[in-house]
Write a protein that binds this ligand. Structure first.
Ligand code: SF4
Length: 134
């Protein structure tokens, strides 16, 4: 389908992309609420799992922007499944860095606050099952 000669995104693909954008926005809003004192227990549990995960990377804004720039067309096409793109570079914690998941490319602090988000490696779910079984 096209509009004004440009291709439009339609159907389930569009719904998946809108849903992902909604999740990202929700994550950042709840992160702000958390910083303002609201308590999101599920976010704490998820963050504890991410903190011990080998897929965490710490990137400066310009490093994340460089990855986005290299992958910009693919990022838009696969917004709802960014884990299918090449991993973010692995970097240690340094000054002026933010924590990202190398697999799903999300800002981890925002991701853990978004209820609908899932760990691409299913580590959140596996750890919760371990807790239920212990
Ligand atoms: S979302 Fe999953 S894969 Fe990514 S850092 Fe957290 S635990 Fe690791």
């Amino acid at each position: 389908m096209s509009c004004c000669g440009k291709k439009m995104i339609t159907g389930t693909n569009a719904i998946s992309k809108i849903s992902k954008i909604k999740n990202i926005a929700e994550g950042f809003v709840k992160l702000a609420a958390s910083r303002a004192g609201m308590n999101f227990e599920y976010a704490k549990t998820r963050l504890a799992i991410c903190e011990s995960c080998e897929n965490v990377t710490w990137l400066k804004d310009r490093e994340f922007a460089a990855w986005l720039n290299e992958n910009k067309i693919e990022v838009f096409k696969k917004l709802e499944s960014l884990e299918k793109l090449s991993d973010l570079p692995k970097k240690p914690h340094r000054a002026l860095t933010r924590r990202y998941c190398m697999k799903c490319k999300c800002n981890i602090l925002a991701k853990v606050h978004s209820k609908e988000e899932r760990c691409p490696e299913e580590k959140w779910e596996k750890n919760l099952l371990k807790c239920i079984g212990c």
